[in-house]
Design a protein around this ligand. Structure first.
Ligand code: PMP
Length: 369
């Protein structure tokens, strides 16, 4: 069998997990000597209520979440939140501004647009946030005047997982609440929650299992929902009910708590951000020093520290992927919508993974030149 210590998974999510799996394995069999699996615990049991509270408190501590914000855990991926955000933040005549920077911001926009098409909300504005600099994709500075008057919120995708574009500085939306999809970057950068009305992220990249998300929202903006919204989609109701209106994804909440403990023990978000910077620098240096053998389509000003798309001569792509996989460097294929290659490196990726990939890239380029 392959030794997991030599295997690095560069998949965009579900992604490589930090090294807490032994604890998880133990607790899946017998949680704290209860004789029961952590998966068997009732969501109303004292043990689970402690798990939930610990996970929520760890998120609050790590992300410095102010007291006037709710931390809500939801079932479903970030795609479910695309709709829930509209249900919770808009009313009948409201408008919302979506800044489009690639695949995922466009998916969020398209979901919101359905509510407009169904006559449930006013306008959903699609604002092009991209720019081109020297033939490379970049981000444009957005000014508040571009928003249709008084939107309920402005939505961004903080890091485009597929395009590999990341805001280095978030747009200043003034009085308009900024809503950010942080699915691929939560815990890998420092940011000030109070600059946002709401941030959300699915778990399968930086804090555990797919099918589970976190929403961090300013209490003040959670007043009222669109007619027809279910309680399980209602953020204020979820917050009131400890995110357990129905049976929550208990093992995912527990796993997120293990990841949060890992981050706490390993220097907090500041250290995770430093590691993301270091890992990505190692790979970008190889790309930039390869005399054009590898190319990044993204301008250096906005390159992502967690998802690095790159290309090499098309005819060598499958050989690269196969040989990389034979060497324990897995899931380097680009997203099916754009092809190429992509290295995703989240909280669970050790520096050694980036170093090993960099060595392989140099070796492969030298061999082919
Ligand atoms: N937003 C971003 C930025 C993503 O990367 C993804 C998943 N790759 C999603 C949303 C969708 O997440 P899910 O598949 O959990 O719905």
């Amino acid at each position: 069998m392959n030794d997991p210590a030599n295997i690095f998974n560069f998949g965009a999510g579900p992604a490589m997990m930090p090294t807490f799996l032994e604890q998880l394995a133990e607790d899946i069999i017998n949680y704290k000597t209860t004789g029961m699996s952590v998966a068997e615990l009732s969501h109303r049991a004292k043990e689970y209520m402690e798990i939930f509270a610990d996970t929520r408190d760890s998120f609050k501590e790590l992300l410095n979440v102010p007291d006037d914000y709710e931390i809500i855990f939801t079932s479903g991926g970030a795609s479910s939140e695309f709709g829930n955000i509209v249900r919770n933040l808009m009313s009948a005549d409201d408008i919302a501004a979506y800044i489009n920077t690639g695949y995922w911001s466009n998916m969020a926009f398209k979901t919101a647009k359905k509510f407009q098409d169904d006559g449930l909300v006013g306008l959903i504005a699609d604002i092009d946030g991209l720019d081109k600099k020297n033939g490379l994709v970049s981000l444009r500075k957005i000014s508040i005047e571009e928003f249709t008057p008084n939107p309920a919120y402005a939505h961004i995708t903080a890091n485009e997982t597929i395009g590999g574009i990341q805001y280095q500085k978030f747009p200043d939306t003034g009085y308009v609440p900024l809503v950010a999809d942080m699915s691929s970057e939560l815990f890998t950068r420092e940011f000030d929650v109070s600059d946002f009305g709401l941030v959300y992220a699915c778990a399968q990249k930086n804090f555990g299992f797919a099918g589970f998300s976190v929403v961090i929202a300013k209490k003040k903006i959670l007043e009222g929902v669109l007619p027809g919204t279910l309680d399980i989609e209602n953020y204020a109701k979820l917050a009131e009910n400890d995110s357990a209106i129905n049976t929550p994804p208990t093992v995912a909440v527990y796993t997120a708590g293990l990841v949060a403990d890992y981050i706490k023990k390993n220097g907090g978000v500041r250290e995770m951000a430093r590691q993301a910077e270091q890992r990505s620098r190692i790979i970008y240096e190889v790309i930039d020093n390869s005399n054009g053998f590898y190319k990044s389509p993204v301008h250096p000003d906005v390159r992502s520290k967690v998802n690095i798309p790159f290309i090499l001569p098309e005819e060598l792509k499958s050989e690269f992927e196969k040989e990389a996989a034979d060497n324990g460097l897995l899931t380097l294929g680009g997203h099916r919508s754009i092809g190429g290659l992509r290295a995703s490196m989240y909280v669970g990726m050790p520096i050694q993974g980036a170093e090993k990939l960099a060595r392989f890239m140099v070796y492969f380029a030298d061999k082919k030149k």
